[in-house]
Ligand binder design. Structure first.
Ligand SMILES: CCCC(=O)SCCNC(=O)CCNC(=O)[C@H](O)C(C)(C)COP(=O)(O)OP(=O)(O)OC[C@H]1O[C@@H](n2cnc3c(N)ncnc32)[C@H](O)[C@@H]1OP(=O)(O)O
Length: 300
């Protein structure tokens, strides 16, 4: 499947609004202008209004006059994050997007007890990849938020990924909890958690997906590798979701796919009251637009 299909899908959800925190950022505004051109959403831009206006007038004259764009001044990036988060909480916007503010800064606003977007669930990062040579999407979680999740957190991270998969048309995703080996080794916590998640799925504690693990990365995505090991599994060789054991594994896999495999990616933080787009400077403008499309598809 192609990430371009999400651009079409995202336009079919009626008018959605994205609140951008600290929007005074060249790359973020490039993605906003492109999203407006594609008719993906309307935008509330919180931040330094002089800088925002200057960037838009200089680089995006078509978007400058668009009724889909509103600029709301905030004295500091932290205050812009608070205002953007509040706009989502008050349902003036359906999606939150990070601008020129550190990741930890916006996540702290999202987790704020008074005005944040907590639901009681674990929030987690879900990345959807279009990998050259692979027909299906590959979903990696969690590459960017939860550092070393325990079993309970992994179960919730998986549920978040299943929701995202279903929002883009994968009705019953196949999920592989990834470890270094495909057998249970009591010395490797990832294999113990993977087998518990598999049983939780069989007992109906994790729904709307098929979980089988532990699987090593090769058995999860390659039929040949799985066959070579004699693994009998409905997930092996065709996993839609790769649930990684730690942020280091996920982050390295994410960056390997982008830099070595030239994969395209869109990603969101799921599990909050609304999806959150956390782009970084290193992301391409295309990737930022895919992330916006993914967030719009998964917004309630
Ligand atoms: C893949 C490309 C993009 C990247 O490379 S991004 C770079 C890598 N990512 C990162 O550096 C972020 C890694 N994560 C973190 O730094 C931290 O976990 C994070 C998200 C900032 C939260 O840290 P802190 O603000 O210090 O939070 P804390 O642990 O003190 O907890 C404060 C309250 O928030 C809650 N919380 C933290 N993480 C949560 C989660 N995932 N889901 C739901 N709730 C969560 C936590 O339970 C705590 O609640 P309470 O105050 O005890 O009620």
């Amino acid at each position: 499947m192609k990430l371009d299909s999400l651009l079409t899908k995202a336009t079919q959800y009626g008018e959605k609004t994205v609140a951008v925190a600290a929007a005074e950022d060249e790359e973020v505004l490039e993605a906003v202008a492109e999203a407006i051109k594609l008719n993906l959403a309307s935008f509330l831009l919180f931040g330094d209004q002089v800088k925002i206006r200057e960037i838009i007038n200089r680089n995006h004259s078509a978007a400058a006059e668009s009724p889909k764009l509103e600029i709301l001044h905030a004295e500091s990036p932290a205050y812009a994050a608070e205002l953007a988060v509040r706009a989502v909480k008050e349902q003036k916007a359906n999606v939150l997007m990070k601008g020129n503010i550190p990741t930890a800064g916006i996540l702290k606003a999202v987790l704020n007890k008074e005005f944040g977007l907590r639901t009681g669930n674990v929030l987690s990062h879900v990345a959807v990849f279009e990998v050259p040579g692979f027909e299906r999407f590959t979903i990696v979680t969690d590459a960017a938020m939860n550092i070393a999740p325990d079993l309970n957190q992994k179960a919730q991270i998986l549920k978040n990924a299943v929701e995202i998969a279903r929002s883009i048309g994968i009705e019953k995703p196949l999920a592989a909890p990834i470890a270094a080996v495909e057998v249970v080794n009591p010395a490797m916590q990832a294999t113990l958690d993977a087998s518990a998640l598999t049983l939780m799925n069989q007992r109906g504690q994790i729904k709307d997906c098929l979980v089988d693990g532990p699987l090593a990365l090769d058995n999860a995505i390659s039929f040949e590798a799985a066959e070579h090991k004699g693994i009998k599994s409905e997930v092996a060789g065709q996993a839609d979701i790769l649930l990684v054991p730690t942020i280091e594994v996920g982050n390295t896999l994410y960056k390997s796919l982008v830099y070595f495999a030239k994969a395209k990616v869109g990603a969101v933080i799921a599990g909050a009251k609304a999806p959150i787009v956390l782009t970084s400077r290193a992301d391409s403008a295309e990737s930022k637009v895919y992330s916006l499309a993914l967030a719009i598809c998964s917004a309630k």
